[in-house]
Design a protein around this ligand. Structure first.
Ligand SMILES: [Zn+2]
Length: 306
């Protein structure tokens, strides 16, 4: 009674392997929540160029010696967007190219995207006195005061090495009248001041402006940094889950292979048992009668004598 144990052992093995695989698949179910990104709006001031259509509006902003404010503001916005995207912030630009966009439409775009901060980028001008210089940050309502202070502090720090005077923050109620999130209008330097104009054409100065505004935004709301950490955690969890799922499917493939081999071995064992039984039965069959062989030999020996 040794042979019947083999199929029982194989069946037990298959059941065990299948249960391990099921347990792993259950452990790989999602157990994390992906946080929604922090959304901010960056507004590159002015924009648009004259076209053949005379009804098409365009607004270059301040223009000094062929240098246009609209080009500087768009470039600053793109630099600032790069810094924010590295912190996993979702950035909405009110314009991404040289196009004319109404003020109300700019706010609509920011609001529709769910922006929690609004930063409008400009450069300053003072007609008639090229010595006027410095950095200024404007805010539309008292509830944006601390946000404006944070942006001004960030800029004052990064523009210090360029000897940019900090004129501080000031309220301008006529700006962004519909806003309901922290909002500023940034004027980092004067295009009408020769020294600041030449700085505004430099890459390192533009990077310093973008960095100053960025640092002010991050300082203004710790949730930017918290959301970044949460996003990193959820991504790590998603990666771990993907690896676990891959491992579970590899396990399932191994179990399928083991099952196939188990069935093959079991089949061969059954075949062996059946064949051995058949051979035994055949060996028990009665032998042919002994007289035939004796007759044959006798006949041959008889013919040899003649
Ligand atoms: Zn402007």
């Amino acid at each position: 009674m040794r042979l019947p144990r083999l199929p029982a052992v194989l069946a037990a093995g298959v059941v065990l392997l299948t249960s391990i695989s099921t347990a792993r698949a259950a452990a790989a179910e999602p157990t994390f929540v992906v946080p929604s990104p922090y959304v901010v709006a960056i507004d590159p001031g002015h924009g648009g160029s004259p076209t053949s259509d005379p009804t098409q509006l365009w607004d270059p902003g301040v223009v000094v010696g062929g240098i246009m404010e609209k080009d500087i503001t768009l470039d600053l916005a793109l630099r600032l967007r790069t810094l924010l995207q590295r912190e996993r912030v979702k950035v909405v630009l009110t314009r991404t190219s040289d196009q004319y966009v109404e003020i109300s439409e700019r706010w609509n775009r920011a609001h529709a995207a769910g922006a929690r901060m609004f930063v409008s980028l400009h450069v300053n001008a003072y007609d008639g006195d090229p010595t006027i210089n410095g950095l200024a940050v404007f805010y539309p309502k008292p509830d944006s005061f601390s946000f404006a202070q944070a942006i001004d502090a960030g800029l004052a720090q990064t523009l210090k090495r360029f000897q940019i005077a900090d004129d501080g923050v000031a309220i301008k109620p006529e700006l962004w009248v519909r806003t309901d999130v922290p909002t500023v209008t940034v004027e980092p330097a004067y295009l009408t001041n020769p020294r600041e104009r030449s700085l505004l054409l430099q890459d390192d100065f533009r990077d310093a402006i973008a960095m100053g505004v960025f640092q002010g935004m991050v300082a203004a709301d710790p949730e930017i940094e918290q959301t970044k950490v949460q996003l990193a955690h959820s991504e790590a969890a998603a990666t771990a889950q993907r690896l676990a799922t891959e491992a579970a499917s590899a396990d399932a493939a191994r179990v399928a292979t083991a099952t196939r081999w188990g069935l093959i071995v079991a089949g061969l064992a059954v075949l062996f048992i059946v064949m051995r039984a058949a051979i035994r039965r055949q060996s028990r069959l009665p032998q042919p009668p002994a007289y035939r062989r004796r007759n044959y030999r006798r006949r041959r020996s008889v013919s040899r004598r003649y």
